[in-house]
Write a protein of this length. Structure first.
Length: 94
């Protein structure tokens, strides 16, 4: 709770080409957990995305001690036509 809240950094950005908006919170190098906590929303839907998870793990690997992982809340907004939500029957994976 409180220990995590003190170590979070907020961010946001948007682009017109390609059309995307991103916002979220991520833990700084002072916070670490045994496993990556990734809360990912794409177009307001809670989803799993293995490529994004692997990317985040790879980036933090250089900054955190071995065996330590970050907390990341990430919200991405894309035009619906650019996403395939039919990867998984429950539409939880994109």
């Amino acid at each position: 709770g409180g220990a995590l809240a003190r170590e979070l950094l907020d961010f946001n950005a948007q682009s017109d080409s390609p059309k995307v908006a991103i916002e979220g919170y991520l833990s700084n190098a002072n916070y670490s957990n045994k496993r990556l906590t990734l809360v990912l929303f794409i177009n307001n839907r809670l989803v799993e995305c293995s490529p994004i998870r692997r990317c985040i793990e790879g980036i933090y690997q250089s900054y955190l001690p071995k065996g330590a992982s970050p907390f990341v809340y990430l919200s991405l907004m894309f035009p619906p036509s650019s996403l395939d939500v039919n990867v998984h029957p429950t539409k939880q994976e994109v």
